[in-house]
Every structure is written in C-alpha cells, then in structure tokens.
Design a protein around this ligand. Structure first.
Ligand code: ADP
Ligand code: MG
Length: 721
C-alpha cells in the first residue's frame, strides 16, 4: 500500500517571489502591451502591484449634472460630447468641451492645456472634479481634474498613473492588477510584520492591504490599506538606517576622548557671551559621544545664527586636548575662509602643550586648506598636518583629497551636510588613523522637519540648536511688491548706511545659467550705483570671480570699506558681518523658502535692528492679485523649523528625498508630510526589531525584502548573517 503523500502547504508569496513573476504571464499582456509596460518600468508582478493608483474616484459620491450647484465642488461622471480649441486674445490656448450625462449638459474650459484637445475624444467616459460656476447663463467648470475611467464599474474606481509616452489606459492596468491579485489568492502574500506589532499599531495584513489599495470598497478602506503599505515603506527605510547605525557602532572603533581637559574650559572662559541652553545641551551630547568608545555620528541642526560654529570649535578642541587633530570641511572656499577666520578668533590665546618645550606651551595652530593654497604653502601645511603641528584644519573638499595625511585625526566636522554625499562623509572618516574611526559631527543650517530628519539622517543622532543667543533683535521682513515699496526698500538702505550700517543686495537667482546670473548681478550693480544707491560704496561678489578677488571684496566689506555688497547667492551661508542690518532680495519669488531664510540670516547678527526686503515683480494690470505663500511665510515667521514645516507642506518631500533614497527604496505611498505620525512609529518599530536581533535573523521575510530592495554595495550589513 503506497503511502499518500501530503503535499506541503504552499509557502506564502514574498515580494521576491512576486518580483520573479513577469507581467507577460498576466491575462491580455501581449508583446505590444509588454513593451509599453517595460517602458514605464513595470516588469514584474511586484512592480505592477506597487504601481499604486494616483487617485481613487468615489462613484458613491458622484453628482448628476442636473444636481450641480454654482460655487460648489463636485464630482460628475460624464461623456464627452464635443471638443474645440482656440487661442484667446491674450494668447492663451483654450480648450472648450461640452460634456453631459443623462440629466444635463455642462460646459468645460481648460486654459493652457492644449493637449486636452487630443485627450478628450467624443464619446469618452470621464470623471470630472471641480467647481461649477455660472457663466453666461449656464454652468461651467474651469480647469477641473479629469480622469479617464473607461468602462470600469465598482463603487471606487482606481486611477493609475498615466504616461504621455506610452499607450496604457488606467483600466488596462486595473485589469492586470485584478488578475495578478486573483492569482495571489491561492498562496497568499506573506507579511513581514510580527502580528503583535501589527495589532499594536492597528495595521491590517499585507495581502489585505494590496487588495484594498487597488480594489477598495470605500475610501475609508483605501485609506486603511494606504496606511499599512506606507508604514512598510517607512519601516524598510528606517530599518536599514537603524541597522547601518548599529553596524557602525558595533564595528567601528573610536577614540575615547578626554572631555574634561583644560582647553575646553579655557575656550568657555574666553568666550565673551553666555552660551545658550541649546548650545550647552548640544555640547553635552557631543562630549558624551566623544567620551564613549564608539565613534560619534551626530547631526547638529541649527537655524542661521544659532551659534553652531562655537559648538563645532568646542568639539574639535576636545580632539586637540587629547593630542589629536580636528578638521572642518565646508562646501565652498568663501565659507571655509570665513569659518577659519571665526575659529581662529574663538581660539585666539588658547595654547597647547608643546612636547618640544618642557617649560612652555605653543599657540594652537589652525590652518586653511583649499584648492587656492598651492605650491610651497600647500606643502608646508601638509607637512605640518602630517607631523601633528597643525591642530585644526579647515577647508573644502580639498581635505579629502589624496595626499592629505593627518597625524591623528580625532574629530571631523562637516558643515552644510546637504551638499556632501554619504560617500564623502565616509572618505573623511577614512582619514583616521588605521582602524580607528574619527568622530563625525555633521552640521546643517537648513532645518528640516523632524520626520524628514528621521528619514534623511536616520543613521545619525541629532542635536538641535533651537534657541537664539540672547540680545538678538529679530529681523523684520517686508514684502516689497511694486515700485512704491521698492523705493522704500532702497530708502531704508540709504538711511541705514547713513547711520553707519551696511547692506546686502541679493541678485536674482537664475538657476539655469550661472553665466546669466553673473551678468545680471553685474547689471544690477551698475544700475544701483548709477541710480538707487548712487553715492554709496558698492561692492560686487559672484561665483565666477577669482577666489582672491572674492576674498578681497569680502574683506573690504568686513572692514566696513564698502557700504553695500551686491551679491549672488554665494553669500547664502556663513558670511558673518554683524554691522550689516539691511538686506534687499531682488526677484525674491525665484528663491525657495529655505534659501530665503538662509539669506536673511546674514543680517540680524548684531545689536542693531535689521530688516529684510523681499522684492517681487508686481502683478500685471488687470490680473488678479496673486498671493505668494513662500514670501508670505517668510514675512510671518523667523523660525527656521516652522518654515521648514511650511516648505514641506508647500513642496512635498520630493526634494528632500531625492538626494537620499534612490531606486527601489523610494517612498511611493508614504508622505513625509502627511504621515508624520507614521514616520515616528516606523522608526520606533525599527529600533524594536533591530536592537534585540541586529542581523534580523528572526525576521526572515523582512530581511529578504530589504535584501531585495537595497543593494549589497550600499548596505553591506544587510547581507551578513
Ligand atoms: P550659525 O553658524 O549657527 O549660523 P554662528 O556660529 O555663525 O551661527 O554664530 C552667529 C553669531 O552669533 C556669531 O557672531 C557668534 O559669535 C555669535 N554667537 C554664538 N553663540 C553666541 C552666544 N551664546 N551668545 C551670543 N552670541 C553668540
Ligand atoms: Mg555657521
């Protein structure tokens, strides 16, 4: 009698399984459609299932055309009856369509969307969302949101991202997704989350989430699915960051610095101000890290003027006090020079024990290394660096070049992190002595929202300087809209200069071309000298000037030999002239919030009340008064963190994430803006999973997903075990 072999129950499908099934296996995907799918990057069932709808049309909420009320927003499902295109008197294209359902007809107009003529063919079913207004006795919608829905039925219709390039309809994609989901039913889709964790955070199962994001029965159900899948995206990023952080802590040997020495005490005693509470807290965090056996890996976030340079100097001094060296890397030469000046001033009079002289100390030595320092000077600095007689080196990327050899690098400060990549941080760390890794402090003056910081800098510990030194007079910011206000701005400049103050004029940002930007700066400089600011001493500073010339202009301005510095954004960061009390920014609407806030931080650094004038072109005659949310935000707030939150709201997270997460680890559903609470939960969950189980041996499904979505090259620790 043969024994019946029980078939093993099929294992649930993992993301890796789904990634291995090509979309050509799905119903109705022939060669042509397959090529189109590949064109938009959909090769596997996983790609397809993670091609999420960009919108969901809720048909239970739809209105009939006859129910539309003027002034109210509504969704209607209609058929296109006719479409025409014309050019209006002020040269805008205007596409007009008549649409209707059984109950009535509606006029629709689209301005500046010429392609609508091709999109909206007669007889097409569309969902349209917008506000109906009375126009010439009938109802009309202007620039509504339009979704082609084909013949899809169901209460909620998913609308998939469309590409201009290839012919794939949203209903075709919906059909394949449905087929793919149906095939997954047999084995089911595996869930990487421990059940307890899921329950605690009220998250539905992974498989259920895939079903409900694509085929929800209600908008509420869709949202529940989105929350789960967004959590997964965030958890993956957080888990990788936390694992990276822990791996570094585990594997890298650091220096146990002496934080109670004399030098840091001397620095504090000679500092003419009272440290802010935030500075004290940041220094305590840093000293705690420096004293420990693991290398520090910390981010110092602080708004402009919050006093980061002192904190950085204190950190480097801890290294020096134990016989090591400190280094600070700045993103530009102007900045490096500026910082070197400030650090030298802070450390003036601080001496270090001189091993060559039993009875005395020698002055602490701070050197500058940029590409401008060449020949014999460079050789001298490099030699002194290698033999340890340079205590602190400040410079640009030049610091991480070949041939720069430290005697014993102890603490590295990287200023303005957003311009350096992770690789450069790693290169700098590698300048340490053999297998001992120097401590790294990353500083940024561009505050980013907390949740974004967790995502972008999640492998770093964070200290925040959220307090301004006392005695600062807040900067008053004005929006100078139109010629009258602009004249007030120039009058303010003349008046302040008359009282001995100085001013900055920031020229229009021309992102497309540095050449144009320079030309425009030169033009502005000439114009102001001949007109608005005639008689004042004007200097010009832009990125294409030879460094020596830049430095000499900056020096003259610092010494007060120039009244007004006309500059491009080269003065964005680091420039510190306390006597400057006015800034005028031309074409301010071309700048982003963070950039304007940075720029504005160049004034308000002294005891004098300062003002900032944001000039924007007036709206044309007859055009409606337009708001400018960015400029308005700057007028309303001086708080960089608050502005960062507003910026995130206005722009979305694209720009923040671009620089960090690439490829398949992209956030598709999660939004750092909308899902702030979820980011924090995911981070907490990541620590909870990684800390008791650093290599995730007990979480095979999750680990496998991470290995699938991240590369061994970038995240080697994922592939150990
Ligand atoms: P950040 O780099 O954060 O923009 P800085 O380090 O350049 O700020 O400091 C801005 C100015 O504030 C400098 O002139 C600095 O000397 C001064 N400063 C720093 N800390 C204090 C403090 N605790 N009290 C008063 N002034 C301070
Ligand atoms: Mg600074």
């Amino acid at each position: 009698m043969s024994q019946a072999v029980e078939p093993e129950p099929a294992r649930e499908l993992t993301l890796r399984d789904l990634a291995a099934i090509g979309v050509e296996r799905l119903k109705g995907v022939g060669d042509k459609k397959l090529a189109s799918l590949h064109e938009v990057g959909i090769e596997s069932v996983l790609d397809l299932l993670t091609t999420y709808p960009r919108r969901w049309v809720d048909r239970t909420n739809e209105a009939r055309v006859s129910d539309l009320e003027p002034g109210r927003e509504a969704l209607v499902l209609v058929t296109v009856r006719s479409v025409t295109k014309r050019i209006t008197r002020n040269r805008k294209t205007m596409v007009e369509a008549v649409v209707g359902d059984g109950s009535g007809r509606l006029q629709v107009v689209f301005f500046n969307q010429p392609w609508r003529e091709r999109q909206l063919r007669e007889g097409l079913q569309i969902a349209m969302f917008g506000r109906a207004d009375l126009f010439r006795g009938g109802l009309q919608m202007t620039n509504p949101i339009v979704d082609l829905i084909g013949d899809r039925t169901g209460k909620i219709v998913p609308i998939y991202p469309q590409s201009e390039k290839v012919a794939l309809n949203t209903w075709e994609i919906a059909g394949w997704v449905e087929d793919a989901l149906a095939r997954c039913e047999v084995r089911g889709i595996a869930d990487p989350l421990p059940a307890a964790l899921r329950r605690r955070h009220g998250l539905i199962g992974r498989h259920d989430a895939f079903r409900k994001i694509h085929l929800p029965d209600s908008m509420a159900e869709k949202e529940i699915a989105r929350r789960r899948l967004a959590f997964d995206e965030l958890l993956r990023v957080q888990t990788v960051l936390v694992m990276r952080k822990r791996a570094l802590e585990r594997e890298a040997r650091g220096i146990r610095h002496n934080v109670d020495g004399e030098l840091t005490a001397r620095l504090r005693a000679s500092f003419p101000h009272q440290l802010t509470g935030a500075q004290q807290r940041a220094i305590a965090d840093i000293e705690h890290d420096l004293a420990g056996a693991h290398p520090m890996h910390r981010l110092l976030q602080g708004d402009v003027g919050s006093g980061k340079t002192y904190v950085a100097t204190a950190a480097m001094l801890v290294a020096v006090q134990g016989g090591h060296q400190g280094a600070l890397m700045a993103p530009t030469e102007v900045l490096a020079e500026q910082v070197a000046t400030v650090v030298r001033r802070l450390l003036a009079g601080v001496t270090v024990p001189d091993p060559g002289n039993l009875f005395g100390d020698r002055p602490l030595r701070v050197e500058l290394l940029t590409n401008r320092i060449t020949g014999a000077d460079r050789r001298e600095v490099l030699a002194a660096l290698a033999d340890g007689s340079v205590d602190i080196l400040i410079g640009t990327h030049a610091l991480i070049q070949e041939g720069v050899q430290f005697h014993s690098l102890g603490v590295v400060v990287v200023d303005e992190q957003h311009r350096f990549g992770v690789e450069q941080r790693a290169a700098l760390r590698a300048k340490g002595d053999g297998d001992v890794v120097p401590d790294v402090l990353v500083m940024t003056a561009t505050p980013i929202p907390r949740t974004a910081a967790m995502t972008v800098y999640g492998d770093l510990d964070v200290s925040v300087l959220d307090e301004k030194p006392v005695g600062r007079t807040p900067i008053t910011t004005h929006w100078a809209k139109g010629p009258l206000m602009e004249e007030v701005a120039w009058a303010t400049v003349r008046q302040e200069v008359g009282e001995g103050r100085q001013a900055y004029v920031v020229c229009p940002l021309i992102e497309e071309s540095e050449k144009l930007e320079v030309a425009s700066a030169q033009e502005t400089h000439e114009r102001l000298r001949a007109n608005e600011l005639a008689g004042l001493r004007l200097g010009l500073l832009h990125g294409r000037m030879p460094s020596a010339e830049k430095e000499s202009v900056m020096d003259s301005f610092r010494r007060g030999e120039l009244d007004v510095l006309v500059a491009t954004t080269v003065i964005e960061v680091g420039v510190d002239v306390p006597n400057a009390s006015v800034m005028v920014v031309l074409d301010a609407d071309r700048f982003g919030i963070a950039q304007l806030h940075q720029l504005r931080g160049r004034v308000g650094r002294g005891a004098h009340a300062s003002s900032c004038w944001l000039i924007t072109a007036p709206t044309g005659e007859g055009e409606p008064e337009e708001g400018n949310p960015r400029v308005e935000a700057l007028v309303a707030s001086n708080d960089g963190f608050e502005l960062a939150e507003i910026d995130l709201d206005l722009r979305g997270e694209g720009t923040i994430m671009n620089t960090v997460q690439k490829g398949r680890s992209d956030l598709k559903l999660a939004s750092l803006r909308r899902d702030r609470e979820l980011v924090a939960l995911a981070r907490e969950a990541a620590f909870e999973l990684v800390d008791p189980d650093p290599l995730l041996a007990g979480q095979p499904v999750l680990l496998d997903e991470l290995r699938l979505l991240f590369s061994a090259e970038d995240e080697a620790f994922l592939f150990k075990s």
